[in-house]
Design a protein around this ligand. Structure first.
Ligand SMILES: [Mg+2]
Length: 254
């Protein structure tokens, strides 16, 4: 039986990536670093998961002769970036992607549990939730975030932690992801994956997902189907996920 839905955050719950890019650029500027990441460059840098790791990768690539000194400044740069990013969320009305709030409400009404597995920091997630669930409502039963996992995606660690905290068999869960590394991570944790392609993962191969769509869709605003399982009226619903999952289990038991 389908018991839990587990969401990635960046690019999946919301199109956060460009806000991250802007926050990095403002932090560089405020610290007197003459770095500026363009959207194209950032799409490339996103192949490195985790903001801190991304920053170190950039330093190593672009400043090999001064790498040690700049890498030592990474915590300072990253802390300022996190602070700026939070301010941008709080003032920038970062909305959930189409269908996300609806499917969360459907799952809660049906007693299907909800989790988060993300490399983003817990503070960023809390801010996103506070803005989009304003009544002090806590939509997620379980959150695995940031540095809790020793190894970032594509390693399965962060999804393993979420699955363990939910107390489910991973075969009874579905993960929502937007990136190739995230799909790999969830698959290796034993979960099925539904992929929603995001602005910054347009070039990613979404192989391994049982269904890939442009977004979850809303009634009257269907998504674009990309590959795998299709959904009635171009909308992913909890009922649709449950019937797909039940049919799959009958197949597995046969
Ligand atoms: Mg993502």
């Amino acid at each position: 039986m389908l018991k839990a839905l587990i969401f990635d955050v960046d690019g999946t719950l919301a199109e956060t990536e460009d806000l991250h890019r802007q926050a990095f650029n403002r932090a560089f500027d405020q610290l007197g670093l003459s770095w500026h990441w363009s959207p194209e460059q950032y799409a490339e840098l996103l192949k490195v998961m985790g903001g801190k790791e991304r920053l170190l990768h950039y330093i190593a690539q672009t400043h090999p002769d001064n790498e040690q000194a700049l890498a030592a400044r990474m915590p300072e740069i990253h802390d300022l970036k996190t602070q700026i990013y939070g301010e941008l969320i709080e003032t920038g009305h970062l909305k959930l992607r189409p269908g996300v709030a609806r499917i969360i409400a459907e799952a809660r009404a049906a007693g299907v549990r909800l989790g988060v597995a993300t490399t983003t920091t817990r503070l960023n997630l809390d801010r996103l939730v506070a803005i989009n669930f304003p009544d002090g409502d806590k939509p997620f039963d379980v959150i695995a975030a940031g540095d809790e996992a020793a190894n970032k995606k594509p390693a399965p660690d962060i999804f393993d932690i979420a699955v363990e905290r939910l107390g489910i068999d991973p075969a009874d869960g579905i993960a929502f992801e937007d990136s190739a590394a995230g799909i790999r991570s969830a698959l290796d944790a034993g979960l099925s994956v539904l992929a929603t392609r995001s602005r910054y993962t347009r070039s990613h191969r979404l192989d391994g997902a049982f269904s890939a769509v442009s977004d979850l869709g809303e009634p009257g605003r269907p998504h674009q189907h990309l590959s795998g399982v299709t959904w009635p009226d171009g909308v992913v619903t909890l009922a649709g996920l449950q019937s797909w999952h039940a049919a799959r289990q009958i197949g597995a038991d046969a």
